[in-house]
Design a protein around this ligand. Structure first.
Ligand code: S3P
Length: 430
C-alpha cells in the first residue's frame, strides 16, 4: 500500500515565503558552466532530483562539480571537452536534462545513450529527434515509438531555419545548444513565445544571439570560447505559484514572497490570476538579466475567466493550479489549446479529472483543456494520487489545504522530491 500524507486547512496564511531556486535556470547554469572554460560558481543551485540528474550526467562525462560551502564549483572543459562514457546517462524523471543534453551531445565526438525513468520513457522525443536530424545529427530512438532511450553518435552539424510546431523551451534550447557546433546561423521561429532562460544566459556569456519577439537567431562562431562565470539563481516562480494560490484562496491571508524570478516568459499565471481578481502587488523588481522581485499576495475573491491561449506556454507548469483556483472562483473558468499537459510527467488533464472526481468536484476535460464552474465544495473524503508527478502532488496538496470539512490524503507524495524536496515542510511552516 502506498504511503499517504494528510493535509489539513489552516485559517489564514501570514508571513514571508522564500521560494526554492529556479529549476530551469539551475539546469542551464550547470550546462553552460560545464562547457565554459575554467571554473564557474553557481550560487543557489536547486538541489532536487531533476537538477541532480543534470549534475550527475556531467560528472559521468568528465566534468568536476563540487559543492564548496554553499555554492557549486564547476570546472568547465570547453565545448569539446566532454568525455565518452560506456554507461547509459540516466536522466531520471527530467525532460529538461534529456532534451537539452540531446542537443548538446549531438555535437560531440563521442557516442552517448540517454535514458530516463518509466515516466520519461512515455514522453515524446520526436520533437527533438526531428529537428536535430535536420541539423545533421545522428540521433535516434532505441524504441519503435520515438521515446527514450535515445542513441547519439558523432556527426557534422549544420544550421537550419526551424518553425516550431509546438511551443517548447526544451526543444528551442536543444537546437541552440546543438548550433554551438556549427559555424553558421540557426533561425528558430516560435509558435508562441516560451521561457527564454537559455537565450538570456547565452547573451550574458557573449554569444551572438538576437531575439525579435518569436524569432531567435544565433550565429555560431567556432573560435568563440565560452567564458567561466558566476551564476546566481533566483527563486522559482512555478513553485511560488502553489503558495500564491494558497494565500489567494485562504481568507485573511497576506503572504510576502521574496526573491522570485519574474521573467515575463514565466509569469503568465500572474496575468491570469490578476484577471480573475487577485490582489497581488509587485513590491520591488530588479530588471537586470533575469528579472527578479518580491510579491505581496492578499486573500482575494476571484471570478472565472476564459484563458487567453497566448499565455499557455508562459504558465505551462502552473495550469493544474488554475483548476484549483477555478473550484473556488465564482463562475466558469475555461482553458483550451493546452494539449501539452497530456505529455508532461503525467497526463495532467486526466489526472486532474480522476482526482477531482474522487472528492466529488466537477471538472469537464477536453482533449486540450478543461472547464470548471465554481464555487464548489469537496463532497467526499478520499485519497488523491499524484501519479508520481511532482506538480500534481503539490497541486493536490494546495487543494486539500483549502477545505476543512473532509479528510484528504495524498499518495505518491514523495514525487515532490523531483523539484521541491522541502515542499511539505514549507507548507507546514506556512
Ligand atoms: C522547461 C520547459 C517546459 C516546462 C518544464 C521546464 C525548461 O517544458 O514544462 O518544466 O526548463 O525548458 P516544454 O519545453 O516541454 O514546454
Amino acid at each position: 500500500m502506498n504511503k499517504t500524507i494528510e493535509i489539513k486547512k489552516k485559517d489564514s496564511i501570514l508571513g514571508t515565503y522564500n521560494p526554492p531556486p529556479d529549476k530551469s535556470i539551475s539546469h542551464r547554469s550547470i550546462i553552460f558552466a560545464a562547457i565554459g572554460r575554467g571554473s564557474s560558481k553557481i550560487h543557489n543551485l536547486l538541489e532536487a532530483d531533476d537538477c541532480l540528474k543534470t549534475v550527475n550526467a556531467f560528472k559521468q562525462i568528465g566534468i568536476k562539480i563540487n559543492k564548496v560551502n554553499r555554492h557549486y564549483e564547476v570546472k568547465g572543459k570547453g565545448l569539446f571537452g566532454l568525455k565518452p562514457t560506456n554507461g547509459v546517462i540516466d536522466c531520471g524523471n527530467s525532460g529538461t536534462t534529456l532534451r537539452l543534453l540531446s542537443g548538446l551531445l549531438s555535437g560531440q565526438k563521442n557516442k552517448y545513450i540517454l535514458d530516463g525513468d518509466s515516466s520519461l520513457q512515455k514522453r515524446p522525443m520526436k520533437r527533438i529527434i526531428s529537428p536535430l536530424t535536420m541539423m545533421g545529427a545522428n540521433i535516434k530512438s532505441l524504441r519503435s515509438n520515438k521515446r527514450c532511450p535515445v542513441l547519439i553518435k558523432p556527426a557534422k552539424l549544420n544550421s537550419i531555419t526551424y518553425r516550431m510546431p509546438i511551443a517548447s523551451a526544451q526543444v528551442k534550447s536543444a537546437l541552440l545548444l546543438a548550433n554551438m557546433y556549427t559555424d553558421s546561423t540557426v533561425k528558430i521561429i516560435e509558435k508562441k513565445p516560451s521561457r527564454d532562460h537559455t537565450e538570456k544566459i547565452m547573451k550574458k556569456l557573449g554569444f551572438d544571439i538576437k531575439i525579435d519577439n518569436k524569432i531567435i537567431k544565433y550565429k555560431s562562431n567556432s573560435s568563440f570560447l565560452i567564458p567561466s562565470s558566476i551564476y546566481n539563481i533566483p527563486g522559482d516562480f512555478s513553485q511560488a505559484a502553489y503558495f500564491i494560490t494558497l494565500a489567494l484562496l485562504t481568507e485573511g491571508s497576506k503572504l510576502y514572497i521574496k526573491n522570485v524570478n519574474l521573467n515575463p516568459t514565466r509569469t503568465g499565471f500572474l496575468q491570469v490570476v490578476k484577471e480573475m481578481g487577485a490582489n497581488i502587488e509587485t513590491v520591488e523588481i530588479d530588471k537586470k538579466g533575469e528579472p527578479t522581485g518580491d510579491l505581496l499576495v492578499s486573500y482575494s475573491k476571484l471570478h472565472g475567466i476564459k484563458i487567453n491561449e497566448k499565455l499557455i506556454p508562459l504558465m505551462i507548469d502552473e495550469i493544474p493550479l488554475i483548476a484549483v483556483l477555478a473550484i473556488k472562483a465564482k463562475g466558469i473558468t475555461e482553458i483550451k489549446s493546452a494539449q501539452e499537459l497530456r505529455y508532461k510527467e503525467s497526463d495532467r488533464l486526466q489526472v486532474l479529472k480522476d482526482n477531482f472526481n474522487k472528492l466529488g468536484l466537477k471538472i469537464d476535460i477536453y482533449s486540450d483543456g478543461f472547464k470548471v464552474k465554481g464555487p464548489q465544495k469537496v463532497k467526499k473524503s478520499n485519497i488523491l494520487d499524484s501519479n508520481n508527478d511532482h506538480r500534481m502532488a503539490m497541486t493536490f496538496s494546495i487543494l486539500a489545504s483549502l477545505f476543512k470539512n473532509k479528510k484528504i490524503y495524498i499518495s505518491n507524495y514523495k514525487s515532490v522530491n523531483i523539484s521541491y524536496p522541502q515542499f511539505f515542510n514549507v507548507l507546514k511552516e506556512i
